[in-house]
Write a protein that binds this ligand. Structure first.
Ligand SMILES: Cc1cc2nc3c(=O)[nH]c(=O)nc-3n(C[C@H](O)[C@H](O)[C@H](O)COP(=O)(O)O)c2cc1C
Length: 179
């Protein structure tokens, strides 16, 4: 048991230090996993809307309703997400590729000219999104160069339409074949 524990400690201590795969190659391989595209929004300390494009979003639990999003520590939006403790997930529609590009940039005027409203919970909701989820962070986990925000969904609404997809570094759309 002791030996096992020692081995485990050794493994845990080294698993982040040993680079088993170059970062660019890792990103390329992960790109084979097709995802939807979201814009995660919140407000900064002075109430200004802020946000970033994120595909590392998933459901976690139905009861209670929990989701998670993984955010890079270098993201400008990251401090506001931590401080505010709440965020909205805007699930982008097929025709919102430009919105995705805009929120995947580091420009400071991302919301200029992008129709949106501030919800009753004080969160920016983008017009034209397929779905909005308004979330309160219940836990954060620092893992490598990202933080996982686990959050309880307080309000959610979804409409009709087709999603924007991201696959192997490119935007895509459903083919319309429902196999
Ligand atoms: C399709 C797509 C998905 C992305 N997913 C994530 C993600 O899940 N988490 C993340 O931290 N960054 C993700 N990014 C990168 C951020 O959007 C990008 O770094 C952005 O500039 C961050 O903006 P900010 O620094 O103003 O917060 C993604 C980019 C694209 C194009």
């Amino acid at each position: 048991m002791l030996i096992y524990a020692q081995n485990l400690a050794f493994w845990v201590a080294t698993c982040y230090k040993t680079r088993v795969i170059p970062a660019d190659e890792f990103r390329r391989i992960l790109g084979h996993f097709a995802t939807g595209v979201t814009v995660v929004t919140t407000c900064g300390g002075e109430g200004q809307p802020t946000g970033l494009t994120a595909s590392a979003f998933t459901s976690v639990s139905l009861d209670p309703p929990l989701v998670l999003v993984c955010v890079d520590h270098t993201s400008q939006t990251y401090p506001s997400l931590l401080e505010r403790g709440r965020f909205a997930v805007n699930v982008l529609a097929r025709d919102q590729q430009e919105v995705s590009r805009r929120f995947a940039s580091t420009r400071l005027d991302k919301f200029d000219g992008v129709p949106h409203r501030i919800s009753a919970l004080g969160l920016p909701l983008l017009d034209g999104a397929l779905a909005h989820l308004e979330c309160v962070t219940v836990r954060t986990h620092v893992e490598g160069d990202h933080t996982i925000f686990v959050a309880r969904v307080e309000r959610a609404a979804g409409g009709s339409g087709e999603p924007l997809l991201y696959y192997r570094g490119r935007y895509d759309r459903l083919s319309g074949v429902n196999a």
